[in-house]
Design a protein around this ligand. Structure first.
Ligand code: UN1
Length: 493
């Protein structure tokens, strides 16, 4: 299957003569599709169309723009099983998670469609008599979306749907690992009759397509989710061109297990958040901060439950852990595990690339558990983005919070405790954008703001009503109905 760019409502063949990029199934190496290595001039074409169309799109009443989102959500619902299957094939996550991700996109469609009848602004009193003051959310123009492979549908919807309802048009550069999902979304935009040029998709590399988008003078906003390394390059380039840049990057998320926790519940929460999606969520749990009095018992329970996890092709029902995305990821994960051993952590389980049949054609890593990990070890500080979790022992809640906060990221955290005072103190002091109580670190819902503190982002949020701050510009409007010139900020005393 040869995937084309989607520009101005047409599927157009790229005029790049560069060799196309091949997309494979990480479960078995099967070749699935090719995408073009588009050039900067194709970004220019897409931006030109998007800019033109945005003028009329912004004049469509927001509730009517929202009607397209309802239709998109409906179509995604009808095609849910198909979309989930493509997602599993292309990205590797197990089918039940793929269905969940597609549902996340459907939920986002309906939620943002509701914003078509809100998009609330504010009316405020004026300093002067017979003068009316209000602020409204105005569309910004053309926005650039750069999305990752781990949630190719959900994250794309977090960005594109608020952009649409707010009256912007967009150019989307999806990850080269998961372009088929972008193609599927493009088909849906087409099927529901979204006016051509509102949604545009350009495939290609970050250095060419991504940079061209960021540098283009007519692209006013860049929304990026991905690695911290790439994100800081995006910020640098965006800063140079004075762009509004919204960044969502890494995590080093921890589950805290206190001595009064329900240990079985904590075990299940840790397993789900650490090994679900093969640990490839930016919200994944990669540290467990455990009270010394329950460490041994928790280790025992984790090991017992880990034995039950079946690893394999995510399309096979019953499989709980799919492959990781590619060979480079596999090697990176393995590299961190070697570092952990050298640092003196104790490997309790896993720690191996699976290469024997039936795993030899895919990229599979054994769920891995380290204990005796010290908070400053590399494996406890850097994002591994794979099924590797490190246990760190602490003696108190204060120490647990200090360890939790002692990393450069701040996306998600969780605490298992039955003590209401412990819980309320923890939710206040944990320095992350998301805090869970008696649940793992994953599973954020789309109607709440999603994002993190410190190195996870730059203060913006995806999802929830907060996403509208990325895709709208505040416009303050003063209407003077006094019939005379009233001068503000003149002090006559
Ligand atoms: C991500 O890993 O980048 O909260 C997104 C969660 C999912 C989204 C994860 N709803 O785990």
């Amino acid at each position: 299957m040869e995937i084309k760019n989607y520009i101005g409502g047409e599927w157009v063949t790229s005029h790049s003569h560069l060799q196309s990029i091949v997309v494979t199934n990480p479960a078995n190496g099967e070749q699935l599709a090719t995408i073009p290595r588009s050039t900067a001039s194709e970004v220019d074409e897409a931006v030109a169309v998007a800019k033109q169309v945005q003028k009329s799109w912004a004049l469509v009443p927001a509730p009517r723009r929202a009607d397209y989102l309802y239709a998109i959500g409906q179509r995604m619902k009808e095609k849910k099983e198909h979309l989930a299957t493509v997602l599993t094939k292309e990205m590797g996550k197990v089918i039940e998670e793929a269905r969940g991700e597609v549902q996340e996109g459907i939920d986002m469609a309906y939620y943002m469609a509701g914003e078509g009848r809100r998009l609330f602004g504010e009316t405020t009193p004026s300093e002067l008599a017979n003068k009316f003051a209000m602020s409204v959310r105005a569309p910004i123009g053309v926005v650039g979306l750069i999305t990752p492979w781990n949630f190719p549908v959900a994250i794309a919807t977090w960005k594109s749907f608020p952009a649409i309802v707010a009256g912007n048009t967009f150019i989307w550069k999806p990850s080269n690992e998961t372009p088929m999902m972008a193609y599927e979304m493009g088909k849906i935009f087409e099927e529901v009759g979204l006016p051509g040029g509102v949604a545009n998709i350009v495939f290609g590399t970050g250095p060419t397509v991504g940079s061209a988008l960021i540098e283009h003078p007519d692209v006013r906003v860049i929304s990026f989710t991905g690695s911290t390394t790439t994100g800081s390059k995006v910020a640098e380039l965006g800063g140079k061109h004075l762009k509004k840049v919204s960044l969502e990057m890494g995590g080093k998320n921890a589950v805290i297990v206190m001595d009064d926790a329900d240990l079985q519940l904590a075990t299940e929460g840790i397993l789900w958040s650490a090994f679900g999606t093969a640990g490839q969520r930016c919200t994944a749990c990669s540290r467990v901060i455990v009270h010394k009095d329950v460490r041994e018992e928790l280790e025992k329970r984790l090991l017992e439950e880990m034995r039950k996890l079946t690893i394999g092709d995510g399309l096979d029902e019953g499989v709980k852990i799919g492959p990781v995305i590619n060979k480079a990821a596999l090697e990176k994960i393995n590299h961190y595990v070697q570092i952990g051993k050298q640092e003196g952590a104790t490997l309790l389980a896993g720690g191996r690339i699976l290469s024997e049949p039936p795993y030899e054609k895919g990229f599979y890593y054994e769920p891995t558990l380290f204990t005796n990990v010290k908070p400053d070890m590399i494996i406890a500080q850097e994002e591994i983005f794979g099924p590797v979790v490190s246990l760190i022992e602490v003696a108190s809640l204060d120490e647990a919070i200090e360890v939790n906060n002692g990393v450069k990221f701040g996306l998600s955290s969780s605490i298992f405790s039955q003590n209401v005072n412990t819980i309320f103190r923890a939710q206040r002091d944990l320095d992350t954008g998301i805090v869970y109580v008696n649940a793992g670190t994953t599973g954020a819902e789309i109607h709440l703001p999603f994002g993190g503190t410190k190195g996870t982002g730059n203060g913006h949020r995806d999802s929830g009503v907060a996403a509208l701050d990325v895709y709208t510009e505040w416009k303050s409007i003063y209407v003077d109905y006094s019939g005379k010139l009233q001068r503000a900020q003149i002090d006559t005393e």
